[in-house]
Design a protein around this ligand. Structure first.
Ligand code: AMP
Ligand code: GLY
Length: 429
């Protein structure tokens, strides 16, 4: 099969590496890709939402399957675009239609969906500019901290958690008056959940599903989970506090009603579902859905999946997931993300990355990198994800940290506390 992956992060490098290793893969293309994906296939300099150029590539390169990495092309309707074109509609797309991508593209849609299908989630109400006063009154009925969420995609910045009632009421008004552009035309105000976060991942073919390993990511820029939110500074899998009993609850209370609910809604959902969860006591609550895999979660989740990824994706598209028997490694996987100093705010790029050759016992996935005149350069906020496996969390994270230290470039920064909270948890039980 000829494959086209859309995206340019660490997640897409993992996909590219796994797919290039599949005996089913003939030619592999990545648009736009990075210096890491170029080692697995051919990069094409095309934006993920440039559907006309994607169409030309699909025809020229005789593409059989498209894997959209991130949400942008899915929310913009890449799957519908391919299926509506008589020259392209034989192509398999491992990702949901625009209607399915609404589980991520609209917080209001996802909350209505969860309530309708009895998926446990925080109590909430949605407000628009016409109902600001009702929103401010609703805030008065909640206990702090207050959670305000822009309805639409806001580059990961659309959720505000605010301690003070007055400040929350002001922020609600600001959001409804365009703080996040059209994305905050509607705002979800919800109850704050006290618990521990983790994520689970599902592949659905519209009827059948397989459950992938769960993961925990480290979202804040600073050690001890302090500072600004990022795309993710590290991740681990498995998650020690998610035991078999809890994961069983996640499957019965969250995964099954979600997959069935999408079907009842008439959404033929074929692709990944990333479910952000809060474990409150011993109960799972859904914080958010994403219509794709996570980054850097993919780095650890797919390190533990021993199946042929391309075979899984093909089965996802053709409705044959029931024939896939998941093979999950019992090892622990960890990843530590090296970023450009200043990220997630202003940072410089274009610095040479050195000492790659000294890496041992880890796989280095590229995010923001590019090759120029045979020199590897930083080219984004999140630069590399140093991914390792071990018999336990300590062994895996030690390998990732040793290699994170070895790689050199100007303004390198990474969190040195990834997995430490979970190692302590393991030692206490
Ligand atoms: P989201 O974009 O919906 O994942 O929200 C971003 C982050 O805000 C989540 O990863 C949580 O850490 C936090 N968060 C969102 N909703 C809640 C909630 N209801 N209670 C507590 N924390 C939340
Ligand atoms: N690491 C979080 C995400 O991919 O959404």
């Amino acid at each position: 099969m000829n494959i086209l992956i859309l995206g340019s992060g660490g997640r897409e490098h993992v996909f590219a590496k796994k797919i290039s290793e599949s005996p089913l893969c003939n030619q592999l293309f990545i648009a736009p890709g990075n210096a890491g994906t170029a080692l697995c296939g051919e990069n094409l300099n095309i934006a993920v939402t440039d559907f006309q150029s994607i169409k030309s590539i699909c025809i020229d390169k005789k593409i059989d399957l498209i894997l959209p990495g991130g949400e942008d092309s899915l929310v913009a309707g890449i799957t519908d675009f391919i299926k509506a074109d008589s020259l392209l509609n034989h192509i398999l797309v491992a990702g949901p239609s625009k209607a399915g991508a609404m589980i991520e593209g609209s917080k209001d849609f996802s909350k209505i969906f969860m309530q309708k299908y009895k998926v446990p989630t925080a109590a909430y109400q949605t407000f628009t500019n016409a109902s600001i006063a009702d929103g401010q009154a609703f805030l008065e009925t909640l206990n702090p901290p207050f959670v305000l969420k822009a309805d639409g995609l806001a580059a990961g910045k659309g959720v505000l958690i605010i301690e003070d009632l007055k400040e929350a009421q002001e922020s609600l008004a600001e959001m409804l008056n365009g703080k996040f552009g059209k994305a905050s035309d509607k705002v979800v105000v919800e109850e704050f959940l006290h618990g521990i976060e983790m994520s689970c991942f599902v592949l659905s073919d519209g009827t059948n599903y397989v459950v992938l390993p769960e993961a925990k990511d480290y979202k804040r820029i600073g050690e001890g989970d302090k500072g600004l939110n990022t795309g993710g500074m590290g991740a681990v899998s498995p998650v020690p506090f998610a035991n078999a009993e809890f994961l069983n609850k996640v499957e019965t209370k969250v995964i099954i009603p979600t997959v069935n609910g999408l079907k009842v809604e008439g959404i033929d959902y074929r692709g990944f579902i990333f479910i952000g969860l809060m474990k409150v006591g011993n109960e799972p609550y859904v914080i958010e859905y994403n219509c794709r895999m996570g980054d850097p979660e993919t780095e650890v989740v797919l390190h533990r999946v021993e199946n042929d990824l391309l075979e899984m994706l093909k089965a996802t598209c053709t409705g044959d997931l029931k024939n896939i028997n998941m093979q999950i490694s019992s090892d622990t996987a960890t990843t530590v993300v090296l970023v450009s100093g200043g990220y997630p705010e202003h940072f410089e790029k274009g610095f040479e990355i050195k000492d790659f050759e000294n890496i041992e016992n880890s796989t280095v996935y590229h995010g923001g990198t590019k090759m120029e005149n045979n020199v590897l350069l930083t080219n984004g906020g999140r630069v590399l994800a140093i991914t390792s496996t071990g018999k336990n969390m300590k062994e895996a994270i030690q390998k990732s940290m040793q290699n994170a230290e070895k790689i050199q470039y100007q303004n390198k920064y990474y969190r040195k506390d990834i997995a430490q909270d979970l190692i302590q948890y393991n030692e206490q039980i």
